[in-house]
Design a protein around this ligand. Structure first.
Ligand SMILES: [Zn+2]
Length: 295
């Protein structure tokens, strides 16, 4: 489904209401057509390409639910941030960014990213840096690079339209993802706060409720507070010494009833970032093969 945010900026709603494995996309109907991410709705994307044109796909970052239809657009130029471009150009770099390479989840991720999501390496024709201006006909965007989710997560800001695409700074109840190998909790917080302070008139996110008008300060604060809830739950669980396997099995992030390697990976990827911080601050210790919190 298409929702016109402004005359020239259209939202392509992702399947399943934008729930994973789908994500919402933006389409700029100017300058030959530009698509921001391509994990939303293949039929709508192909229809817009046919009827309005499609000159470039700008990737907000390299995650699988955002690139899923890119392999079906082999004739369209791809742009991405300098920091995330390498993962779109090389499968080995992509696997490394997920932190899956060399772990028990490597085989699972190889299959997921290449077969289920049809990863196909793409030459990134234009590598974007923070503050760079992009022109699509009469429509201008400014590249806001927001590291933390991925190192080069790109949030395009359309100043004349008052629209900011937050992509995976997505304000969902699940909370932030900072579990990639280069992911970082403090960088995520800084980026999220910077994005909220831009004060755009309309914010679009990649998942669930797509459009958030007006001041998003309180929503962003609530979203970031999930980070603290996760850490508090982990700290409480580590009042007794726990192994890596026990921490993963507790399902602090996803809750009970989520079996399998996808959720095992997600639990460890996020909680290991908290553990790193707690160890560095002397709030936890690693003894033998167990983590324990220190009061
Ligand atoms: Zn993502």
């Amino acid at each position: 489904m298409i929702q016109r945010i402004t005359d020239r900026i259209w939202l392509i709603e992702g399947g399943k209401g934008g729930r994973y494995p789908y994500s919402h996309s933006l389409y700029v109907r100017d300058g030959g057509g530009a698509l921001f991410d391509c994990g939303s709705d293949l039929e709508e994307i192909l229809r817009l390409k046919r009827e309005g044109g499609l000159r470039v796909v700008v990737m907000t970052h390299y995650h699988e639910d955002h690139y899923s239809f890119l392999h079906l657009l082999p004739d369209v130029e791809v742009w991405a941030s300098e920091e995330d471009a390498a993962a779109l150009e090389s499968f080995d770099v992509l696997l490394d960014r997920y932190g899956a390479a060399g772990t028990e989840w490597e085989a699972f991720f190889r299959k997921l990213l290449s077969e289920t999501f049809s990863y196909s390496p793409r030459k990134v024709a234009r590598r974007l840096v923070d503050g760079e201006r992009l022109r699509f006909g009469n429509t201008e965007a400014v590249a806001v690079i927001a590291p933390g989710h991925t190192p080069g997560h790109l949030c395009p800001l359309f100043p004349s339209e008052g629209v900011l695409f937050l992509a995976d700074y997505d304000l969902t109840g699940f909370g932030p993802w900072y579990g990639d190998k280069p992911g970082n909790i403090e960088a995520f917080r800084r980026s999220a706060n910077r994005l909220a302070e831009i004060g755009a008139g309309v914010h679009v996110v990649s998942h669930m409720t797509p459009v958030h008008p007006g001041n998003i300060g309180p929503k962003m604060a609530a979203y970031l507070s999930v980070i603290d809830c996760r850490e508090a739950a982990l700290r409480a669980f580590l009042e007794a010494p726990r192994t890596r396997g026990e921490i993963i099995g507790r399902r602090i992030v996803y809750g009970e009833g989520h079996p399998g390697p996808w959720f095992d990976y997600g639990e460890w990827s996020l909680l290991s970032k908290h553990l790193e911080g707690m160890l560095a601050r002397g709030e936890a210790a690693f003894e033998g093969d167990r983590y324990v919190s220190i009061r």
